[in-house]
Every structure is written in C-alpha cells, then in structure tokens.
Design a protein around this ligand. Structure first.
Ligand code: HAM
Length: 413
C-alpha cells in the first residue's frame, strides 16, 4: 500500500533496527573526540545565506545546492550545508577567539544539500567533524593529530581498506593561478568534456579534477600539474608526510585532490573507501588558514575535517548491539497496574532496564525472550511470578534464587 504521506526526496528515516548501530557509532565518535580533548559545539540548523555564499565559494557545487529561501521578514536563510563556516561564525560571534583562542571543537550534525540522491548521497545527511582554530602556524602536527583521529575512527568502525589521500594546494594566490591555468587548458577540450565538467568549467574549473566521468579521465591526466612554490607550504607538506610516517599511517599523494570548497589552502586530505564509486569519500578536510580573517576575525591558523556518517556506516563492519533488558514485566490484570508501576519504579531506580508490556495479559515467554530479557516477571494479585530466562530449566515458571534476591533487594517481597 502506498502511504498517504511521503518523505521529501533525498531524505530517509532511521528506524530502530538501524538506529541502534547509529547510536553505537555516535558513542564511539563522542568517546574518541573526548579522548583527544575536543569539545562539542552545536550551532543552529538555519543560518543566514551570506555566511555560506561569501565563505565556501560562490559557484561551488555546495553553494549551488543549498536549500535557501526568503524568510517572511525578508531575510535570506539556508539550511546549513556544512559546518566549517558556521563554527567560525560561532567562534567569532561568541568571542571564543578571545576567551579560548586555541579551540579544538567537534560536532555531529545534520546537513542539507540539494544533490541528486543516490546510494551514499542524500539531501539530508550527517557529519562528524572536527575544527581546530588557533594553534601552530608553522608545523603540520595539528594536521597529523586530526588525521590520527580520523584513522582511529576508521579502525574502530572496522572499515577495511580505506585509503588516505593527501595533497598540498598551496597559497590562495597559487590556487587562483592554477584555476586560471586549468580554465585555459580545459577550454581547449570543452566539447569533449562530460556535461557536468562543462558546467564546472564555467563556474569552477578546479572541480573538473574531481570528475569520475570516463570521458574526462584522459583530459584530466594530461592537465597542468600543480606544485606549490611557496617555501612555507612545501615544508608543511613534507612535515605532514614525516608525521604520518612516524604514526605508521599509510597515505598516497594525489595531485588531483583539490576539495570542493573554496576556503582551503595548503595541506588537504581525504579518506576514501576502496571502491570505484563517486560516493566513496568517507571523510575530507584540510587547512583553512585564511577563513577566520576573511570572516572579520584575527589571523588564525585553522584545520579540520568532516566524515559522512551514512558512508561510515555503509562501509563499517560493526554490528549493532542486541537489545538486552533485565526484566520483562507484565501485569496479569488491570487492577494490579498500581502495584506493577510501583515495582517498575523501584527496579529502574536500581538501574535495571525493564520492558513494560503495557497490556494486561498472560505472560508469554516467547515475547520476553524476543526482547532478550534476563527475567520475566508477572504481577498478580498476591505475588509475582518470576522466571529466570538465563537459566530456564523447566517450562514451568520458577522463582529462582537470583530473582528472589533481585526482588528482595527492591524491598518487594
Ligand atoms: P565535504 O567534503 O563537503 O567537506 O563533506 C565531508 C564528507 O561529508 C564527505 O566526504 C562525505 O562523506 C560526506 N557528505 C558530503 N555530502 C554528502 C551527501 N550529500 N550525502 C552523504 N554524505 C555526504 C565539508 O563539508 C567540510 N566542511 C569538511 C571540513 C571541515 N573541512 C575543514 N573542516
């Protein structure tokens, strides 16, 4: 039967069977971030459009794909498509740049991009990300630290054969010149390029390097290569490689890795799942040393990454924890609800987990077993019937020593 109401294209529901795995993944992310002393930041889901229009790059795919509208008060509003610009706004607007100039922040949040939906690419998706604002300008140890976080996460989620790609895209001036060189080069091959690359040629030629379309492959391979002439960047890229070697994190240098947002400079990276699909990017990030200043703050070195949680889950070999409860509780008759509720309150106060079968009924052992219950308790007029499901010897309900201890402890017998 087709449901009367349907979800918006590119969005989806996470039902309990899946959300158990989500919760497990989120718990891993929170504890890993806390181990590295990153602190959680939460920002509004809506922002003013100019935050992204001016800071992620006009003409980038992400900017083109924003869900935006004019609010009744005439203000241009968007559903946030990414977090970096929002974090920098919060860092400046809340004076963190003064009170906590060296901030190590992380987030798990929902983002919105009006993309063509397919497996691993939604219009509402979730990211775990980290942003480090302030810190050392010269070294690459901060870049290495966040890559270490990402690689630990990939291991903890049991994602096999993920690959770390790194590149250095130089200074903003160099990037601009590279973009111009690419524009000249690709214009010569305009008619042979894929449709999407032809569109990018007008908007953002650098993004053509990201194309996975077969007709673009050879043209891209022969395109002008970029190597920074900036001493500072050359040194930082070499340092990053030394740091990664010291950590035994294997990587590949990808001269075509440019990232899809305009605020990047210097060291950039991506972690991809080892499949030849366009949705194989698990995680991407890099340095954005000029964004804070561009947004009106003091000169502040910065670096961060974000990982798509749907994709992490798609490639993870983790299994969701089975639901386990201590006591499955059923009330034999509506008259005993008060007694049952009092029992429940005591049990949960003792930190046990219960499932209240809120229909008066006979105790059905199969249901309790399906819930993975350790004990099934039936509340009757005078007493409780309790069955120890972990040690079920007879099919007759028994009051085992353990369960009677359990109830005694609750002062209920
Ligand atoms: P991004 O490369 O646009 O970077 O997104 C990061 C990750 O989010 C991607 O590698 C992918 O896993 C996931 N992702 C992006 N779009 C979608 C989608 N439509 N559906 C599912 N997953 C998606 C950023 O957003 C930067 N703010 C990262 C960053 C943080 N750079 C510095 N700090």
């Amino acid at each position: 039967m087709k449901s009367k109401f349907q979800k918006v294209k590119g969005t989806y529901d996470i039902l309990p069977d899946e959300s158990r795995l989500w919760r497990k993944v989120e718990n891993i992310i929170h504890s890993l971030s806390e181990q590295f002393s990153f602190e959680e930041i939460r920002t509004p889901v809506i922002e003013k459009s100019n935050l992204f229009n001016q800071n992620i790059g006009n003409g980038t795919d992400v900017q083109k794909e924003m869900f935006s509208w004019k609010d009744i008060a005439g203000e241009d509003i968007v559903l946030k498509p990414e977090m970096t610009a929002a974090v920098v706004r919060a860092y400046l607007e809340n004076g963190l740049f003064r009170s906590n100039p060296f901030s190590k922040l992380y987030y798990i949040d929902s983002f919105f991009r009006r993309e063509k939906p397919q497996k691993g690419r939604q219009r509402q998706f979730h990211q775990f990300g980290v942003e480090v604002l302030g810190g050392d300008k010269k070294g690459s140890d901060q870049d290495a630290e966040i890559i270490l976080i990402a690689s630990k996460l990939i291991k903890k989620l049991k994602i096999d054969n993920a690959q770390l790609l790194i590149n250095n895209i130089g200074t903003p001036e160099e990037r601009k010149k590279w973009n111009d060189d690419l524009k000249n080069y690709f214009t010569k091959y305009k008619t042979s390029l894929s449709k999407i690359s032809q569109q990018r040629l007008a908007r953002n030629p650098l993004r053509i390097l990201d194309s996975k379309e077969p007709e673009d492959k050879q043209i891209i391979l022969e395109s002008p290569k970029f190597i920074s002439d900036d001493k500072y960047e050359i040194n930082k890229f070499a340092k990053l490689q030394e740091n990664l070697n010291a950590l035994n994190i294997s990587f590949k240098i990808d001269p075509f890795l440019i990232r899809g947002l305009d605020y990047y400079n210097g060291n950039v990276f991506e972690i991809t799942a080892n499949v030849r699909k366009s949705q194989n990017a698990l995680c991407g990030g890099g340095r954005y040393d000029f964004l804070v200043e561009k947004m009106g703050g003091p000169s502040t070195p910065a670096v961060g990454f974000a990982a798509g949680i749907e994709r992490l889950i798609m490639f993870s070999n983790l299994e969701a924890q089975e639901n386990q409860i201590d006591a499955y509780i059923i009330c034999k008759h509506a008259d005993y609800y008060e007694k049952t509720l009092k029992l429940i309150e005591r049990i949960v106060d003792k930190k046990y987990k219960i499932y209240f079968a809120t229909r008066w009924d006979k105790l059905k052992i199969e249901r309790a077993e399906k819930m993975n219950a350790k004990f099934a308790i039936q509340v009757g007029k005078e007493n409780f019937w309790a069955l120890d499901l972990t040690n079920k010897k007879s099919s007759e309900p028994i009051i085992s020593k353990q369960i009677s201890g359990f109830l005694k402890e609750l002062n209920f017998q």
